[in-house]
Design a protein around this ligand. Structure first.
Ligand code: AMP
Ligand code: ZN
Ligand code: FE
Ligand code: FE
Length: 275
């Protein structure tokens, strides 16, 4: 039995609906999935229903963008209560920041003689958590760029003309936010950040797990992070980080987390709820 605990839908920057995602997961023979849309849990209701229909185990979650010692990191919150008032309030704030950031990116594009309109981006995004991939899609659809890669290379990548830094919650506050919503905080794709030195501080702040298996982790990185997880007594998680068709090939099915790690995650969540 295998799981994929890192998946996005069109409630953030993925292209699949929750129903499409559940159907792909079931076709790939997965037993359990988690939905980890950026700064939202809105897709979880439909995803839970779609998973129940297809006989998949479902874990509600989210992915928050955080910061520690000047490093950006992504924190996954598993088993959060999707009705938790503080979580919903904070995520509404992150979503407003995202929407303002889109307007600022569009203004910078206009300054580069690219007459894209913010409404075109919002229409494509059609969600409360828009991000750079939506600007990229709008640039391609508007005929301003030939591909998403070109959009990121020319305009959207860090330090390119339309790049705008994003407000980030401190990692310590993000872990606290996830915990008070009854969830477990897991550091996403540590191999992409290459900032292993922040892990002890995150553990000190209450980090529960490390995403050891990820599409962009090499087998030596997987081994490396499993060793770190064991050293700090962290739960091991993993997922494909599938965004549907947004980055070309759908990644679902390419990372298969052995189900024993889902059992451990559930045990850790149950322990937390007794505290
Ligand atoms: P944001 O959270 O708005 O800063 O956007 C980050 C998203 O952009 C992540 O999902 C990245 O994987 C995605 N992204 C970064 N570079 C590229 C690229 N070259 N092509 C497509 N998507 C990208
Ligand atoms: Zn994303
Ligand atoms: Fe991420
Ligand atoms: Fe992600």
């Amino acid at each position: 039995m295998f799981a994929d605990l890192h998946l996005h839908t069109n409630f953030s920057d993925g292209t699949y609906t929750p129903e499409e995602l559940a159907s792909h997961a079931s076709r790939h023979g997965l037993s359990a999935v988690a939905l980890t849309d950026h700064d939202t849990v809105e897709g979880c209701v439909r995803m839970a229903a779609a998973c129940a229909q297809t006989g998949l185990e479902f874990i509600p979650a989210t992915e928050l963008t955080a910061e520690m010692d000047g490093n950006e990191l992504h924190l996954l919150g598993y088993f959060v209560d999707t009705q938790n008032p503080s979580l919903l309030k904070e995520m509404a704030r992150f979503q407003a920041v995202r929407q303002n950031r889109i307007r600022e990116m569009v203004a910078r594009l206009n300054g580069q003689n690219v007459p894209l309109q913010a409404d075109a981006v919002f229409a494509i995004a059609n969600c409360r958590s828009p991000g750079r991939p939506h600007v990229g899609r709008a640039l391609v659809q508007g005929g301003f760029c030939a591909s998403m890669d070109e959009a990121f290379e020319r305009f959207l990548k860090k330090n390119r003309p339309a790049w705008v830094p994003k407000f980030k919650i401190s990692a310590v506050d993000a872990i606290e936010l996830i915990h008070q919503a009854g969830g477990l905080a897991v550091m996403a794709h540590p191999g992409l950040n290459r900032t292993d030195e922040i892990i002890p501080g995150l553990v000190e702040a209450g980090l529960d797990g490390l995403e050891c298996f990820h599409t962009r982790h090499s087998s030596s990185q997987i081994g490396h992070y499993i060793r770190i997880a064991k050293e700090f007594d962290l739960v091991i998680t993993g997922g494909s980080d599938c965004h549907g068709l947004s980055k070309g090939k759908p990644l679902i099915g390419t990372v298969r987390l052995p189900y024993q790690h889902v059992e451990k995650l559930k045990e850790a969540a149950a322990q937390r709820s007794f505290k």
